[in-house]
Design a protein around this ligand. Sequence first.
Ligand code: SF4
Ligand code: SF4
Length: 444
Amino acid sequence: MNKQPISNFDPNNPPQQELIDTCVHCGFCLATCPSYRVIGKEMDSPRGRIYLMDAINKGEAVIDEVTSSHFDSCLGCLACVSTCPSGVQYDKLIAATRPQVERNQPRTLADRLIRTLIFNLFPYPNRLRTFLPSLWLYQKSGLQKLIRQTGLLKKVFPRLAAMESILPEITAKSLYDHLPEIIPAQGEKRYRVGMILGCVQRLFFNSVNEATVRVLTANGCEVVIPKGQGCCAALPAHQGQEEQARSLARQTIDSFADTDVDAVIINAAGCGHTLKEYGHILAHDPQYKDRARQFANKVKDVQEFLSEVGLTTKLSPISDRELLVVYQDACHLLHGQKISLQPRQLLRQIPGIKLREPIDAALCCGSAGIYNMLQPEVADELGQQKVTNLVNTGAELIASPNPGCSLQITKHLNLQNKETALLHPMELLDYSIRGLKLDLKGRN
Ligand code: SF4
Ligand code: SF4
């Protein structure tokens, strides 16, 4: 008797066969896929991964160390979704596959250790903060320089070294949240908006949050920053850690309950994409599904929001001469939220700024959440390429809308000994609104 092969995807939301079947295997997506560009193997391309999902669904392949490595090598950048002429929803397919891998493929000890460290630390800013004084000492004592010079950490623990290599400078501002809960609008109030602080953003890019608040208030927004907010869930959601993602999403929704805001503003691309997905993340939670959808409908990337409502403040030049700036497209803005014109339109409004465009603007920089810590070799190749392309535009300054990309690009600027400055577009607008001139020396 012929036995029907059985899929070893478990019955809990496997990748949908109807979505898999929309792929016509044309291969248009391959050239835009960063993992395929670096690794060069079909199975590390969108088409190859869809073949694998299909085979596992039909019981012709299994989730094992080899197949899961091909899913792990995906950066989740969603470039393939933008490229696919058949409208294949690879985002939904990989989002369903990652939790299956987490549940059904045991990880190696080293993998488990690094993932446990990341998932128990990074989405909890207060836990991460307790390590900052030691990290400050590590940087100031010269130990960091020594460790990097010897290259020993990279030889023994390459993933830990990758994590260390993107560590930004720890400053006193990293140690506490100092923005008040409500910041009034300047002049006539046009909107009341909530603001998400982000995890990496609030610890290491506090100046970006401060600049965002100043830009919003200068343009007639009262800003509400609920104290109870934690991580938006982007990190666990992108890695298939479903339970943790749901719990963090519920916490964020609760923290904004009763704030009565017109919009929830986020200035980090990766977080924005996840916040807009809350309706899907909590779709099967009877208590939260409606609230999650309502919350997600209010989420706006800050550049998207400002473009929609328009700037009402006067903008001044931020340099005494023409300033060449290159805007770096973050994947979760460009591919995930289809936001690319708005940041450029805002930057062009600053007098004296001239925008340059890099080649391969739509290709991931290799940061991809925690990808650069888990898959450092592929990430380094992409980071190196991205920085070369950005620098080759001749721009003096890179405008980056995502903290993960900023860390990755800064690392590779330093490795290539480039002095190109890097700031968030909100910092540039803030300078312009306040009539300040930018000092480009020593920005990295
Ligand atoms: S995902 Fe789209 S672009 Fe890629 S092979 Fe399938 S149909 Fe073609
Ligand atoms: S999400 Fe990015 S890395 Fe993953 S298959 Fe699509 S293009 Fe390739």
